[in-house]
Structure formats: C-alpha cells, structure tokens
Design a protein around this ligand. Structure first.
Ligand code: HEM
Length: 481
C-alpha cells in the first residue's frame, strides 16, 4: 500500500527503443544482472511496450498463483504469429474459449497418463535404438555427440507418439530437421523490433534479416506438416487412429472450437506446438544433465551406483521402475534449477489491473518470469552456483507449479500441459543412458573444461557440442558411495 504510487524501478532507456538494447543475446542473463540493481519487480520499456520482469520466487507466486486469472493471456508477437498460423496453437493463443477447448482436447488425447502409459512400447523401442547406436561408438571407442543423440531420441519419440509417423520417413534429413527446429526457436526467442517500435520496427527487422528468416522458417515447417498430414490421408483400420487423425476428423466435420472453424491451419498450428514445445525442451534437459554429470564426477558415480545397485543386470530400466530412482530425480531437478529450458517462460499479458509488491500492473503490460534468475537467487538457494542435487534431500520442492523456487514448467493456467510426458521421456532416456554406459571425457579434456555456455533462443540449450566417450557397462555391481 505504502508503495502504491511509487514508480516501478526501471533502468534508464533510450528514446524510441527504450531498453531493447540492454537485452543482449541472452536476455535472461542480462535481465538477471539488471535485477540485482533494480530488484525483483522491474519495469522495462521494450520500444513502446511496458514489460515487467519478475526475478524472485515471491513475486512469481503473486503473478502466477495469486493473480493468475488476471494475467494469463499472451501478447500477440510477430514471430509467434507467423509460426502459429495467427496464434491458432495453444502456446501463443490469447486466453479465450478457443485456447481452453484446445488445451483440454490435447490434455485428454495426448498428454494424459493413459496415453503416456499406452505409448510405452514406442519409447522402449526408441530408447533401445539409442542404446544400440551408442554401443557402436563404445565398441569403436569414439566420442558421442550427446546433443545430437538426445535430440534424435526426443524427435523420434514425439514424432511417433504425436504425429504417428516415424521421423525417418519424412522429407527432412536428420541434420536438416535439427537446424529447422533450432532456427524456429531462435526466431521465437528474438525480440522483434516490429513488436515494439510502431511504424518503423518492421524496417529494422527487414534490415537485420529477422523477417526473412522467420518467413522461411514458417515455410519449411509448413512443408513438414503437409507431409505428416498427407501420410495420414491413407485409409486407417478402425481403432488405429492417432492424434493427427483426430485433428483431421475435426477438420472434416468443420467443427467449431471456441469461435474458430477448425481448418487445416488449426491442425498445423497444433503440430507446430508439439514439435517446438516438446522436442527441444526434453532434449535440452537431457544434454544439460549429461554436461553437469561430466563436470561433477562425484555426482555421476553416485547416480550410476543408485541405478545399477537397484536393478542389477537388466536389458532395459523399465519406465515403471523409475520412481525408485530418488537421487536421479534430484539430479534432474538440480539441472532444471540451473538450466531451465525456457528461462523466461513464455510472456504473459495483463488483462485486468492488479498489484505485485504494491506496484500496479497495468492492462496490456507484458510479464516475463525469469526462472533462470530465481534458480540462482542467493535468498532462496545456498551456494546457488554449485551443482548439488543433495539440496533436494528432505525437501518438498517439486516441479508441479506449486514451488515457486523451481519452475521449469511454469505455473498456473499457462503451465506446461505436458509436464508428465516431458518428465517421463527425460527420466526414461537418462536412466538407460546412465545404466548402460560409463561416460569418459575425451583425451586431454578435464571435467572443468566442460563449459555451460548457452545458445540463444526461446529455449536455451548448450551452445557447444557435448562430446563424451561411452564405455559399455558389463553388469557387475558398483559399490555405492
Ligand atoms: C522437459 C520437458 C518440457 C519442459 C521443461 C517444458 C516447459 C514448458 C514451459 C516453461 C512452458 C511455458 C509455461 C508458462 O508460460 O508458464 C511450456 C508450455 C507448453 N508446453 Fe512444455 N515443456 C516440456 C515438454 C513439453 C512437451 C513434451 C510438450 C508436447 C508434446 C509440451 C507442450 C507445451 C505446450 C502446448 C505449452 C503451452 C501451454 C499454454 O500456453 O497454455 N511441453 N512448457
């Protein structure tokens, strides 16, 4: 109340562009540094758009829990609009009936526990394929590019589960596909001038090439969706319909979702969501876990001991056994604390005025929650720069959107609807990679040489390749620490 009429702390900006120039290549890091000076509620002017950055668990809780319903819309941004057929997906849709119905449909048909369970044979097959391909490198004693392997795993699983097609059968080569997804993320993570600077912003985007790159990215992705849809046009046996068939049925019936007649573009927008939201987030997590384990040999030994001692000799750690791997789950949480795949979540837009810490949030203001900064907040975490999974021992902090210290999936109405699907994929892949192989550093590389540099984008992945040499585990028990 006392601060009600005080202005929100705000770094000084420049005419026209405001604070845009202060975002840098990795906005979550720049904003974290600024928040140390300006506090956990900070106002930036991105061109003409007022943007609030929240950088503490307490302020995140006020926005995402206490006032969730007042700020659960999304701003309409150029990159998102272009790639999502004018915000017809779940992620970029404003808060409306269309979004509610679509999210419900996907939750029931794709992200449900039943579906996660019934698609286990696909995951088993894909993880076995991954283990087989790593075993080849192990026999030749050559390093494995972990980023690529992890991405190949999540691409295969998500494409088969959600699209009903094996990705190998599509137009894109492995490499082309990875580049396409990466490019799309970079476009979505860029702060486009046309969103923030009226009248002339598009000229800047045109000069920087952002506009052309975004349009190309959208065209390439469109060709991929066309192919997925065409592969579904053949007659199906009754009962073998998958998620894409269900969407095609809605198109054929000219169903109305919210107020929108369901067309081919709606289908493509949903495919875009799954493709972009599902693949890199999970692959990125797996890569970061492996990088942190390589940097922290003590933790690597301990987590491998847990898995191997629990299951003895086996061909595949089964997904239903994962719940016994308490330490591995702590390792994943610790990775998400330091490397949340979407460090600023997705932007929210205020619909109705409310207050955070006594500061007024005005309608149309954008809100970003800097979960990357929250994970490093010394008021919340002891020795925040240390990779220490044991900090979660006897702690009830989880990732389900109730613990505002740890928000890899966000919280509130816009929280990731596929948290269980994503977590299951990560845990299952990781347990098997750690069980079947010891992971050595390449010749001449020390643990401290493994870097944690980040690549820019809406999801933030490891910038440099992670190269490790796998050594096949032959099934003798390790002793635990
Ligand atoms: C480790 C894996 C994953 C992580 C860390 C993750 C994280 C996130 C985050 C942070 C958000 C934004 C939440 C917010 O703005 O508050 C989100 C939204 C979303 N995610 Fe995930 N995600 C993962 C896996 C998946 C998968 C596998 C899918 C689908 C196959 C998926 C689909 C979505 C969708 C559709 C949204 C938009 C929700 C909305 O705006 O209503 N995610 N995810």
């Amino acid at each position: 109340k006392r601060r009600q009429h005080q202005p929100i702390p705000s770094p000084p900006g420049l005419p026209i562009i405001g604070n845009l120039h202060q975002l840098g290549e990795l906005p979550h890091q720049s904003l974290w540094r600024l928040s140390k000076e300006y506090g956990p509620v900070m106002l930036l002017k991105l061109g003409k758009v007022p943007t609030i950055i929240l950088s503490s668990s307490e302020t995140a809780k006020q926005a995402l829990r206490d006032h969730d319903l007042l700020c659960c819309s999304r701003p309409s941004l150029a990159g998102g609009r272009e790639l999502s057929y004018n915000n017809r997906d779940i992620s970029f849709s404003p808060y409306n009936e269309y979004w509610k119905e679509l999210r419900k449909l996907c939750t029931q048909e794709l992200f449900s526990a039943k579906n996660i369970h019934s698609t286990q044979p696909i995951k088993d097959e894909e993880v076995k394929k991954l283990i087989g391909s790593i075993a080849e490198s192990a026999s030749q004693k050559t390093p494995v590019k972990l980023n690529e392997k992890c991405l190949a795993l999540t691409v295969s699983i998500v494409c088969r589960i959600a699209f009903g097609v094996s990705f190998e059968g599509t137009v894109l080569s492995n490499d082309g596909f990875n580049k396409l997804i990466r490019e799309a993320f970079e476009m979505l993570g860029s702060f486009s001038a046309s969103d923030f600077i009226p009248y002339i912003g598009w000229i800047i985007d045109w000069f920087t090439g952002l506009q052309g790159r975004t349009e190309k990215s959208a065209r390439d992705l469109d060709a991929f969706y066309e192919q997925v849809i065409n592969l579904h046009k053949e007659e199906k046996e009754v009962g073998s319909e998958d998620f894409v068939d269900l969407l095609l049925k809605l198109e054929k019936e000219e169903a109305v979702v919210g107020n929108d007649k369901f067309t081919r573009n709606n289908i493509k927008a949903i495919l875009m969501d799954i493709l972009l939201a599902g693949i890199e987030t999970s692959a990125g997590t797996l890569t970061w876990v492996m990088a942190e384990l390589a940097r922290n040999p003590r933790v690597m030994r301990k987590v491998q001991s847990e898995i191997r001692n629990k299951f003895g000799k086996t061909e595949l750690i089964r997904s239903e056994d994962i719940d016994q791997l308490h330490y591995m789950k702590m390792v994943i949480k610790e990775t998400w604390r330091l490397h949340p795949p979407a460090p600023l979540l997705l932007p929210r837009e205020v619909m109705t005025e409310f207050e955070i810490n006594g500061y007024k949030m005005q309608p149309k203001t954008q809100i970003h929650v800097n979960v990357w900064a929250i994970g490093r907040d010394p008021n919340t975490w002891k020795d925040p720069e240390e990779f220490l999974p044991e900090r979660f021992l006897d702690s009830n902090i989880d990732t389900k959107g109730q613990s505002f210290e740890l928000l890899p999936f966000g919280a509130g109405r816009r929280m990731c609807p596929a948290m269980y699907m994503g977590t299951a994929m990560v845990e299952f892949g990781l347990a098997n990679m750690l069980y079947h192989f010891d992971w050595k550093l390449p010749e001449g590389i020390a643990a401290e040489d493994i870097d944690v540099e980040e690549a820019p984008g809406l999801t933030v992945n490891k910038k440099n390749e992670l190269l490790l040499v796998p050594v096949k585990y032959l099934g003798h028990h390790e002793t635990s620490e």
